[in-house]
Every structure is written in structure tokens, then in C-alpha cells.
Design a protein. Structure first.
Lengths: 165, 732
């Protein structure tokens, strides 16, 4: 009797196990090619941070950092408030600073379920001894926007994004 | 003391910026190793000059999902930014011929990061950058003033590389190295300024604007990249960088940077959409960067390293020189007022060396109880009780007055003066065509002046010769009947290097009261014919120097005894097997010239000693012609054994002797030279060397004769040969 009961439990266990595993599955991510084209400013190379912001406008995730010398990171003040506390490892998502007139192309990963949910993507820029632009480029993360071009207000002339095949 | 505006600026700029220059030099030394260590990495492919851009692009495109950017850095390493087949963005060195990855990008070592930061901004950001930029500019000005100072010192820019007069270690090497390093230093300083101006955005606007055409939607035929004509013709080594189109949209272009221009390319047709050459300003920026950092070249990096060491050396020697000069000048203080003094010493000195001699003379006068007064030539004025005016002057630049003597001529005209006697002592170097020119001018001015009568003729001193100076002091002492004791500071070196020598043999005194004496060194000691043996009898006496002839490893001296000569009488009193203590002073300027094929040796009296050694050692049988002047035929007897032995071995080609006291022929050695003027002229023209050893009077007469020969027969100044190291002298 007892054994039969246990047998009956098996499907239930299986189902709940599946459900459990299902929740811990990583959400699916897509790669996007992202190009930053700088204005012809003069001076040192710019530090640029690309971040994902949630619907409340709070930082949720750092997507990419152009500029690999972390002693200058505190110059990007808003983001530093978010990143400085945690200091997550950025090695995989850092590149070199970008100088005036140059462009840089990076690949960023965004979880698919953040698309069209009111999330925004922000590009902050700062240059040694010059201005800091908190939202040089900022736009809503929509299916259309990740295929397009957005003009910048500061050191960035424009950015372009394109989903990778 | 008065110094010229150039010297003053050179010194002031150094004072202001020295600390920063030391910092920049030290960091610069470290940074010079960055391009060197990068160059030593093995990422350069030999076939760089043959592989076409099309090959590289095609290979990369086949190997990776997408190519974003290709760059050729100053080391000629090819860097590719690609998206890998896994969708990752990566940047690394590639082989342009195959597209395969060679290695990860060299990360700037933290020591270089630190040094770079310190070097260009002192960790003070903009403030630091500004300071460094300004110091660069000061360094550039110092280089310019340095060039002017050297040109003046050498006697004109055309004499830039002629021999430098050696006053002391600091001065000699400051000038000697300065001549070579001033050019690279100017380059480093100038490019430093340029890079600073660029950072502060102070260069003229020079941005390139590409015009993007209106996009026309037509069906374009897609030409494969490998067919693009420019891609096929351009070698990868000619390309600076190439950006690939971001997307397949027709308005996304290939963007190529070459050394001198930028190009936009249609990605479908391969047509050039826009072509813009770089402006001068941008080219200059590229060059400034390479010249300042040494990026991509080991040779230039080494030069930059040497520049850094040189700068430290210049700062050290420059300040050491300045301190020395200040110290020398301090000691001159007058205790007697100008109107009470009987002997007025006026000095024209640019660097202070002439002042040192004048001060020695001044002190000797004071010690002798005479009323003497010393000052600059510029401060010439009326002197109420003066008997004699004694002028010590150097010459500066191309025969001009030193800075503190420039006003003398003017003051001389307007000053009312009592009747005065005068003596002029000129300091200079025979290496300059305008030898003692200003002293000659001063002497002439005084001669024409009705209140002045000469006490002694103009006397010239070559290369600060102490022997010549002593000779003049003796002459002055005799004609003024004042006994003077001039005290030179003896170098401590002589004492330290004192060695033992054993007397092997000596000849009897000859008719001129001269004799030959041979010593064997008792310790290992290095010397050559032409070096000097310094013998000091009492510790408070100055050492007496004798020219050495090296004969079979022994020292041969030829000594003339004087009635009051302490040293010569001491040597005369010693006999075979006695021991003496003496020091060897190397005299590199008077060694046998290995570079010459033919040598003329001119000597009088005991001056023949070094030549005896050189002739006996002439195993290569180079042509040697000896000219010797003595009093009588018997004077030569003690030398003839050595000379005729050498003659039999063909070690000497000709012997010419002049006797000044013989009945039938009364000749001096300079007369022999004058008779053989054609031979001497040819000898000099064929790069032969003339060596002179003996008394100063003989040297002056011989030089005068030689000057006549070069002027009339070669239409050249003797100083030209002097500079080619064709005239070597050792006279006393």
C-alpha cells in the first residue's frame, strides 16, 4: 500500500521539479551590435557607460563600459552610485576609451524579456577635465529602437544598434 | 660679474625648470623602454610590404563572423577588431597574410602607465599638463640659447664641430655633448610643446569634413571586395586603419586612413566617395607623436633615452659650473680703493677663467706689498694714483669683446686719465682663427692713446697654459723689479699617483748644462712618449713637469739645469741606482698621432725628449721629419746615438738642425721651417701632423712662421689645421 502511494507521488514530484528548474533557467539573451560615433571634440578619450534602467528609472545592469582604467570611474557620478557599491566584475564588457571623431563598435547582450517593457538604455559620457553627460543618449528599449539610430546630446554624435544574427 | 643675455637666459630658464626637467627625464628614461619592449614582440609579419589590403580583408572575412576594424600600429603590428563566430567582440593581433590570430593586445604595463602620467601631467591633470607644456617650451628656449652660446664659444656657427677648448670637466663635456644632443633635445622639446598645444586645443582648426553624398536608391551591382581596385593595389603596410561599414546599408561606407589622407568608399561599388588629404597641422601631430615617444622605432627610442640622460647630465654640469664660477668670483675683494692703488688690473672675461688668472696675479701683488686694485674692463674710469694698467682679457665669439668688456672702448675715449704705463695679456686658443683678437684690439687702442705708454709688449696665452702665464709673470716681475710668487692650486691627483722610479743611467752635463737621464718604473705604470713626469721636491712647491720619451719601456728625460732650478739641480744630483718618487700625467693631446702617415717634429733644446721615444718606436716606418734647434754642434751630441740608430733602421726620414751660436751658420729652428715652406705647406695639405715641443718663445716663433706659410701658400688660417688636430704642442 505504502509503496503504491509513493508511486502516485512520482508524477507530482516530476512536475514540480520541472517547474522548479524552469524558474531557475536563465532568461534568453540576444546579442546586439552597437556603434558609438563621437563628435569631433578635442581632449582625452571619453569614458562611456551603457546601462539598462528599469521602469522606475533605476540602474539595473551595466551593459558595457568604454574605458578600462577604473580609477576614473568615479567621474561618471550617477552610474558610480550604482556600480561603486557592488563593484561587479566588468572585465568581459570593457573596451578602450573613444577619442573625438572616432567610432567604436561593441557587442552587448540584452535579455529578450526586457524588450518593450518600459525599460530604457542609457549612454553616459565623461572626458577628463571636461563635462560629464548623465544621459548623452537615452531611449526606450523597444523592438524598433534596437534597430535604429539615436542622436546624442554630448560627446556622442549618435549611436546605432543592430541585432546580431 | 656681468654675463651676456644669452648666458643669463640659459641659466635662469634652467633654474626655473630644472626640477621638472629632472622628473621628466627620469620618467622619460623609463618610457623609452616602452616602444623598445613593444618592438621586440614578434607580431610583425615579414611580408607586410607585399600583402595587399584585399588579401587581408578576405582572409579575415573568411575566418570571422564579421570584421569591424583593422589597424596597423606604429610597430607595424596588424590589429583586427572582429565579431567571432560565437558572437563575441574581440580585438587582437593578426597575421595579415592568413587572418589568423597572433596574440592578445599588449597591455600597457602599470610602470609605463605611472611614468606616462607623471611625465605628462605630474598627476595634476590640466594644471600639470600646463606646467609640463611650459617647461617643454623653456627647454626649447634653453636649446636655442645653448645653440647661440656654443656658436659664440666656438667662434661662429660654421665652426660648430671644431675642437672644444678644455677648461674643466663640466665645461668640456657640457659643450662637447651639447653639440651633439642639442638637435635631438630641440626636437623633443619642440614636439613636447606641440603635443601640449594640441591637448589644449590651441592649434589652428584642421578637422577634415567628408561630404556624404545623397543616397540614390538604385540597384547597385555588387562588386566583390576582392575586386576593389584600391584594395588590391594598397599594401597592408601603407594603411593606417580601415573601418568597416556598420551595416549593409548603402550609406555605410568603408573608411580608410592612410599616412597622408582619409578616404570614404562605397561598400558595393568600391568607388571613392570622398577623399581628403591631411592638413599640415595633422601631419605635424603624427610626427610629433612619433618623434616624442619613439613609438615604432628602436633606434629613435635609444636616442630619446640618451637625450634623457643627457638632460640630467647638463643640469648637473651646468649647475656645477655656475657654482664654481660663483666661488671663483667671490674671492676677489679689493682692500685698496681704486684711487689709492698703483697697479690697476682690469679683466675681460666671459666665463670666469681669465678672472682666475687675474686674481692669482692680483693676490701675488698684494702679497708682495703692492697697492693693487682689480675690476672689470667695463668699469674703467680715472685712477688718481695709478702707475700701471694691467689688462687681462679673453676674446668672445668671432673676435668680439667679452660681455664685461664691451663698454671699455667707449669709456677709454671719454675718461680723462693721468699718464699711465700698461701691459696687455690676452687669453685665447689657437684653435680659433681670431686668436686673442680682442686683446690685440685693446693693445692697439692703448697704443694710440696719448696718455699710455707700453711697459710690456702684448702677450698671448694659448689654452690657459700655466707655463705661459708663469713666463709672462717672470717677464713682468723683471721689468717692474717686483718679485712675485704666483700660487696655482695644485691638483691633488699628482700626489696620489706618485710612483717609484729607479735611475738606470745618466749622461754627463753637456755644453748647455743639459743631460739625459733614464728611469725604470718600479711598479706597473701606463705611459707613452709625450706624457709628463711630475716631480715635486717639497710639498709646498708646485710640481715640475718633464716631457717623457719612452725608450724600451724606460722613461727618458732631457733636463737642462738652471742656477736656481730646484728640481733640475735635484735631478742633476742623483746617480744610477738612486730611487725617486714621481707621478705620471697622461697627456693624450701629445701622443704620437696614429692617424697620420707623415709627421713633422719640431723641437728646441731639451724639447726633443718625447720625440726620441716616438722615433725609436716607429716600427711602422712612417715618415718622420725632425727639425731641431740648439746652440752649438756639441749640443746635439748626447742625442745623436738614439737618432742615428733610428736613422739606420729607417725609423726617421730626415733630420734638419739649426745652430744659433755657431760661427758660420746662425740659425733658429723657425728659419729652417721658413726655408722649407713648400714642403711644410704640402705636408699640411696632405693631412700630415706637426708636433712642437720646447720653449714657448720657440713655439710662438714657429707658429708665426707656420701661419705665414699657410696664409701665403695655402690661403688658409693655421687654426683650420689646428682644428683638424694637425698641430700638436707641448711647450713650457
Amino acid at each position: 500500500m505504502m509503496i503504491k502511494r509513493y508511486f502516485k507521488l512520482i508524477p507530482i514530484l516530476l512536475v514540480s521539479a520541472f517547474i522548479g528548474f524552469g524558474f531557475s533557467f536563465k532568461p534568453k539573451e540576444s546579442h546586439y551590435k552597437c556603434m558609438i560615433q563621437m563628435t569631433n571634440y578635442t581632449g582625452e578619450g571619453a569614458y562611456i557607460v551603457i546601462s539598462l534602467l528599469n521602469t522606475e528609472g533605476e540602474y539595473e545592469k551595466t551593459l558595457y563600459v568604454q574605458g578600462d582604467d577604473d580609477e576614473w570611474y568615479f567621474d561618471i557620478t550617477d552610474w558610480w552610485d550604482f556600480y561603486g557599491k557592488r563593484r561587479t566584475n566588468l572585465d568581459a564588457i570593457t573596451g578602450a576609451t573613444i577619442s573625438g571623431g572616432e567610432r567604436a563598435i561593441s557587442v552587448i547582450d540584452i535579455e529578450d524579456d526586457k524588450l518593450d517593457k518600459g525599460y530604457t538604455i542609457r549612454f553616459e559620457s565623461a572626458v577628463e577635465d571636461q563635462e560629464y553627460y548623465k544621459d548623452d543618449v537615452e531611449f526606450e528599449l523597444t523592438t524598433d529602437n534596437v534597430k535604429g539610430k539615436t542622436e546624442g546630446d554630448g560627446f556622442i554624435r549618435y549611436i546605432r544598434m543592430m541585432p546580431q544574427k | 660679474m656681468t654675463i651676456s643675455v644669452w648666458r643669463f637666459s640659459h641659466l635662469m630658464l634652467a633654474l626655473i625648470s630644472s626640477i621638472f626637467i629632472v622628473l621628466a627625464s627620469l620618467t622619460g628614461m623609463v618610457l623609452a623602454f616602452e616602444p623598445i619592449s613593444n618592438q621586440l614582440q614578434d607580431y610583425k609579419v615579414e611580408s607586410m610590404d607585399e600583402v595587399s589590403l584585399a588579401t587581408t580583408i578576405l582572409n579575415l572575412a573568411n575566418t570571422y563572423d564579421e570584421v569591424l576594424h583593422v589597424e596597423v600600429d606604429n610597430n607595424e603590428f596588424v590589429i583586427a577588431s572582429v565579431l567571432t563566430n560565437e558572437g563575441e567582440s574581440e580585438t587582437f593581433y593578426v597575421n595579415p597574410e592568413t587572418g589568423e590570430k597572433l596574440g592578445d593586445i599588449i597591455e600597457k604595463a602599470s610602470v609605463f602607465k605611472f611614468a606616462t602620467n607623471l611625465h605628462r601631467s605630474l598627476f595634476l591633470k590640466s594644471t600639470g599638463r600646463f606646467i609640463i607644456g611650459l617647461v617643454s617650451f623653456f627647454l626649447f628656449l634653453m636649446a636655442i640659447t645653448g645653440i647661440i652660446l656654443i656658436a659664440k664659444r666656438q667662434g661662429g656657427i660654421t665652426r660648430w664641430f671644431s675642437k672644444v677648448v678644455n677648461e674643466n670637466f663640466e665645461q668640456y663635456y657640457h659643450v662637447l655633448l651639447g653639440r651633439y644632443l642639442l638637435i635631438p633635445i630641440s626636437i623633443v622639446a619642440f614636439t613636447g610643446v606641440y603635443l601640449s598645444l594640441e591637448k589644449f586645443d590651441l592649434l589652428p582648426e584642421s578637422d577634415i569634413k567628408h561630404s556624404y553624398p545623397e543616397v540614390v536608391e538604385v540597384d547597385v551591382v555588387r562588386t566583390p571586395i576582392s575586386e576593389f581596385e584600391l584594395f588590391r593595389s594598397l599594401k597592408i603596410s601603407e594603411v593606417k586603419s580601415i573601418e568597416f561599414p556598420f551595416s549593409e546599408d548603402i550609406e555605410d561606407y568603408f573608411f580608410i586612413k592612410l599616412a597622408d589622407k582619409e578616404l570614404l568608399f562605397n561598400q558595393y561599388s568600391g568607388d571613392i566617395v570622398s577623399e581628403q588629404p591631411y592638413a599640415m597641422v595633422q601631419m605635424a601631430s603624427q610626427w610629433s607623436f612619433v618623434l616624442h615617444t619613439g613609438s615604432g622605432t628602436i633606434v629613435w627610442s635609444v636616442v630619446l633615452f640618451l637625450v634623457c640622460i643627457g638632460l640630467l647630465f647638463f643640469i648637473y654640469t651646468g649647475f656645477a659650473m655656475t657654482l664654481k664660477r660663483l666661488k671663483n668670483n667671490e674671492k676677489v675683494s679689493n682692500s685698496i680703493m681704486k684711487d689709492d692703488a698703483e697697479y690697476i688690473i682690469l679683466v675681460g672675461s666671459e666665463t670666469g677663467t681669465t678672472y682666475t688668472f687675474a686674481t692669482l696675479f692680483f693676490k701675488a701683488l698684494i702679497t708682495a706689498g703692492e697697492k693693487a686694485f682689480i675690476s672689470d674692463l667695463n668699469s674703467y674710469t680715472g685712477y688718481d694714483n695709478a702707475k700701471q694698467l694691467i689688462i687681462f682679457t679673453a676674446t668672445y665669439g668671432e673676435g668680439e669683446a667679452p660681455t664685461n668688456a664691451k663698454q671699455f672702448g667707449k669709456h677709454l675715449d671719454v675718461t680723462v686719465q693721468n699718464k699711465l704705463e700698461y701691459a696687455v695679456l690676452g687669453f685665447g686658443s689657437l684653435m680659433y682663427p681670431e686668436y686673442c683678437k680682442y686683446a690685440i684690439v685693446v693693445d692697439a687702442l692703448l697704443q694710440q692713446h696719448k696718455e699710455f705708454t707700453p711697459k710690456l709688449p702684448l702677450f698671448k696665452i694659448n689654452n690657459q697654459s700655466q707655463e705661459a702665464f708663469k713666463l709672462w709673470v717672470r717677464q713682468w716681475s723683471e721689468s717692474n723689479a717686483i718679485a712675485l710668487d704666483v700660487k696655482f692650486r695644485d691638483s691633488i691627483k699628482d700626489q696620489k699617483s706618485s710612483k717609484s722610479f729607479k735611475v738606470m743611467e745618466r749622461s754627463a752635463l753637456n755644453v748647455d748644462r743639459s743631460f739625459l737621464i733614464r728611469f725604470k718604473p718600479q711598479q706597473r705604470v701606463k705611459f707613452e712618449s709625450g706624457d709628463l713626469l711630475s716631480i715635486k721636491i717639497n710639498s709646498d712647491e708646485t710640481a715640475r713637469l718633464y716631457s717623457i720619451g719612452k725608450l724600451n719601456g724606460d722613461i727618458l728625460l732631457s733636463v737642462k739645469t738652471h742656477d736656481k732650478g730646484l728640481c733640475s739641480n735635484y735631478l742633476n744630483d742623483i746617480n744610477a741606482n738612486d730611487m725617486i718618487k714621481a707621478g705620471i700625467q697622461r697627456n693624450y693631446d701629445f701622443h704620437f698621432p696614429e692617424y697620420a702617415d707623415e709627421v713633422v717634429m719640431i723641437a728646441n733644446g731639451t724639447g726633443i725628449a718625447p720625440f726620441l721615444g716616438m722615433i725609436s718606436d716607429n716600427k711602422k716606418k712612417k715618415k718622420i721629419h725632425l727639425f731641431w734647434g740648439g746652440r752649438t754642434k756639441a749640443s746635439f751630441d748626447m742625442y745623436d746615438k738614439v737618432i742615428y740608430q733610428a736613422f739606420d733602421k729607417k725609423y726617421i726620414s730626415s733630420i734638419n738642425i739649426a745652430y744659433s751660436q755657431e760661427q758660420d751658420e746662425q740659425n733658429y729652428v723657425q728659419d729652417l721651417i721658413a726655408q722649407k715652406d713648400e714642403f711644410i705647406a704640402n705636408h699640411l695639405k696632405n693631412e700630415g701632423v706637426i708636433m712642437i715641443c720646447g720653449s714657448l718663445e720657440m713655439q710662438n716663433s714657429v707658429l708665426e712662421t707656420l701661419q705665414n706659410i699657410t696664409n701665403t701658400r695655402l690661403k688658409m688660417s693655421l687654426s683650420a689645421f689646428e682644428n683638424m688636430e694637425q698641430i700638436k704642442m707641448d711647450c713650457y
